[in-house]
Structures are given as structure tokens and as C-alpha cells.
Design a binder for this molecule. Structure first.
Ligand code: C5P
Length: 405
């Protein structure tokens, strides 16, 4: 995955302070950020701050002699994968809509070859005004991607539409659009994620330490690759991927029902959830009371969701996960054969459950493929690339991918 090169354009608005956090998030994701600010943006946050966070001199001037051919308006965007203008003021949107080019940033936008994304930020009446709405419609028609705005409290004290999207959301939206290639374009993907919770009584239950982070990372990687994604997830506090359809469930049986209800149109099923293998045979409506006697809880097996989907006639291409505490290869190979699935991603639980990193080993017909230890998102991207190579080509088969027998 090559580092993404982003030109962050900032215009005048109170939300300019969020540009600092946005730059930090982009660089944290391995992106290279070149900041260009308008004069008005410099009234809200200084180029010094933005230079420190991006690690590059900030450009503000159309006539900047530091650029060797003195053509900053052309040169600065040539090596960029995208321009993001955040915040984008009402005035700047108007300039873009009309092709005005009277400062460095507007000139760069007009002379660009790369995609342009804008994150509007303004007072709600400025946003709702017919002129701004006309301009935004024109920008969309011109192929410019408009991210947000959101609704909420505004710096002016009013409440409404016009808040810039939060930096974390903007960072995710931009990177999702930039990650290439779109190896799952047109594919529908169903995922399970997180733990399940099997109620014993009104307050207690059987669960496990799955955080849901890996499942959500795979969902995000599938979205980046152009797929339409539905995630059926158990109880989790992990940040859900933007753009996925989410179905929240609690128990394994609810997860099973939700998977059955959503699997039909899917090309690909990725079972990342740590589904509880057993549930209490009896679930009590009211809280069980303490006593001095020993208590025995009978457990009964839960349905095997992946096993069921893998056995469907004309079902989707199935990918399983296995978390093991020892003999990774032995257990993983046996599990792949038992479930009858083409691909299984396995990891040792030590140091990975709840962590932001993982170290997956993929098992398929061709053998064993160890992925380098990396963030769960990086691992998910590598997994998605691997899956895409195994997925049968629908154009040639004329039907959905067939599962391995
Ligand atoms: O069956 P086992 O837990 O050994 O295999 C793990 C894989 O099966 C994971 O992909 C998990 O999401 C899936 N699974 C499931 N339903 C279960 C148990 C596991 O879908 N009841």
C-alpha cells in the first residue's frame, strides 16, 4: 500500500483549528500532507502550527519563489493523489463553482489533475442560502466530492446544518476514497464482527474478549476496495466503519438470524465474529439470587453460522477466522477442512485480542501465507487483496462465485 499524498487546502473559518487534528490523523495513517492556506485561514490558525504537524513548509502565496519554476499554482498539486479543502468556506465554494482563481489555493484547484474533495464549514443560514446550494449542486455536477457538512452546535451559537465533519470522519472518508485498486467493486459483502453475549439472567451472561476491531477493520478495507458492506455485529465499543450497513445483535442466535436474512444477495461472507460456542441452556428472566450452594450452569451449543453459510447451495465465497492459543497451523488447517471453506485467516490470541495490531496467517488451497505484523487495518487490507485474487470472476462465470467443495 503506497503512502497517500494529500494536499490539504484550508480556507477561513473557525473550523480551521480542526485542520491541525486532521493533519495529525492523516500522517498517523501514513499519508504525506502538504498544507496550502488562504490568507483568511491564517487569521484562524498559523502556518507555523500546520508546518510543525505536516513536517513541510506551508504555502500561502501564489508568487512563492521557493518553487523552482515559480509556478506554485501548478507544481504543488502535481504529485498529489487528492486535494481536500477543509474547511471550505461559503466564499471558497462560490469561487470553485465559478472557476475563479485569484489566490494560490483556488488556482491550484482549477489547475489540478487529481480528485478534489471539499468539507464545507459555515453558519447554517449561509449553508442553506439558495446561492450556496446552487454552488454545491454545481460542484457535485463538476465531479467534486462534497463531504458533509454535519448538523449540530455552531461557533456562532446557532444550531443547524453547516458544521464541518469531525477530523476522524474526514480522514476516514478521504482515505477510503483514495485506496486503490477497487478490487471488490460491485461486490456485496456480509461480515460478522465482535463477540456475542449469551444471557444467563437479566444482567449476567457468557461472552468473550473480542473487541470487534478486526471485523470492523475488514469491513473498512472492503469498503475501500469498492464493496457494498453489511456488518452484523455483537456488543462492541469499537468505532464502526463509515459507509457500512450495520446490524446490531446480541446473541449467537440473533447473529445467525441476521446473517440468514442478509446473505442471499452477497458474493462474499467473512465470519470474523468470535461467536460463543455455547449458551446457557436456560436463560432466566429475572436476576438469579445468591445462595451458599454451588451452582451448575448447563451449556448448550450455538448454531455454527459460518458452517451453515458454507453449506448453502450457490452460497457466497466464505472466509473464516480462527483465534488459537497454540498449534496455529494444525488447528487452522483442520478448521478450514471441517468447515469446507476456501480461505481461513488465523492468528494466535496472545497479544492480539483487544489490541490494535494483528499477525494473521492465511490458509488456502495454495498453502500458508503469513502476513507481516501490522495494524488491524493494514492486515485487513492485505486480507481483502488476497480474497480478491481468489474470488472467481463473475463476468466469466456469469454467476456468483462458487464455494469450494
Ligand atoms: O467453529 P470455530 O469457532 O472453530 O471457527 C471459527 C470461525 O467460525 C470464525 O470465522 C467464526 O466467526 C465462525 N463461527 C461462526 N459461528 C459459530 C462459531 C464460529 O460463524 N457458532
Amino acid at each position: 500500500m503506497t503512502a497517500k499524498r494529500i494536499l490539504l487546502g484550508m480556507t477561513g473559518g473557525v473550523a480551521a483549528y480542526k485542520g491541525a487534528e486532521l493533519t495529525r490523523l492523516f500522517t498517523g495513517e501514513g499519508a504525506d500532507v502538504q498544507v496550502v492556506m488562504t490568507q483568511a485561514a491564517c487569521a484562524f490558525i498559523t502556518p507555523v502550527t500546520m508546518q510543525a504537524l505536516s513536517g513541510k513548509p506551508v504555502h500561502t502565496d501564489l508568487w512563492d519563489a521557493r518553487i523552482h519554476n515559480n509556478m506554485a499554482h501548478i507544481e504543488l498539486s502535481r504529485d498529489r493523489d487528492a486535494i481536500l479543502v477543509a474547511p471550505a468556506s461559503a466564499d471558497f465554494l462560490a469561487k470553485l463553482a465559478h472557476g475563479l482563481a485569484d489566490d494560490l489555493l483556488s488556482t491550484l484547484c482549477l489547475a489540478r489533475e487529481c480528485p478534489l474533495l471539499v468539507a464545507p464549514a459555515m453558519n447554517r443560514q449561509m449553508w442553506e442560502s439558495p446561492a450556496t446550494q446552487r454552488n454545491v449542486a454545481q460542484l457535485r455536477a463538476d465531479g467534486i466530492i462534497v463531504l458533509g457538512p454535519a448538523s449540530g452546535d455552531q461557533a456562532c451559537g446557532e444550531v443547524g446544518m453547516g458544521r464541518m465533519l469531525e477530523p476522524a470522519d474526514l480522514c476516514e472518508d478521504v482515505l477510503v476514497r483514495l485506496h486503490q485498486p477497487k478490487v471488490l467493486a460491485g461486490r456485496r459483502v456480509l461480515l460478522t464482527a465482535g463477540p456475542t453475549f449469551e444471557a444467563l439472567d437479566a444482567v449476567r451472561g457468557v461472552t468473550n474478549r473480542s473487541s470487534g476491531k478486526m471485523g470492523f477493520a475488514v469491513a473498512r478495507a472492503a469498503l475501500e476496495a469498492g464493496a457494498e458492506v453489511t456488518v452484523v455485529h455483537g456488543p462492541t465499543t469499537a468505532a464502526a466503519p463509515r459507509g457500512a450497513r450495520l446490524v446490531a445483535v446480541e446473541s449467537a442466535r440473533e447473529m445467525f438470524e441476521a446473517v440468514q436474512a442478509n446473505v442471499a444477495p452477497c458474493d462474499l461472507f467473512i465470519a470474523v465474529a468470535a461467536v460463543a460456542d455455547y449458551r446457557p441452556a436456560q436463560s432466566h428472566e429475572h436476576k438469579l439470587k445468591r445462595s451458599d450452594r454451588a451452582m451448575t450452569i448447563e451449556l448448550t451449543p450455538n448454531p455454527d453460522i459460518l458452517g451453515h453459510v458454507a453449506a448453502l447451495k450457490n452460497g457466497p465465497f466464505c472466509v473464516g477466522f480462527a483465534a488459537e492459543s497454540r498449534d496455529l497451523d494444525g488447528y487452522a488447517q483442520a478448521k478450514r477442512a471441517r468447515k469446507g471453506i476456501p480461505l481461513l485467516a488465523a492468528n494466535l490470541v496472545q497479544g492480539t485480542i483487544g489490541s490494535d495490531e494483528n499477525e494473521l496467517v492465511l490458509f488456502d488451497d495454495a498453502g500458508r501465507h503469513a502476513l507481516p505484523r501490522a495494524s488491524k487495518l493494514e492486515q485487513a487490507r492485505l486480507l481483502v487483496a488476497h480474497i480478491a485474487r481468489l474470488l472467481p470472476d463473475r463476468a466469466r462465470s456469469g454467476t456468483r462465485p462458487r464455494r469450494r467443495r
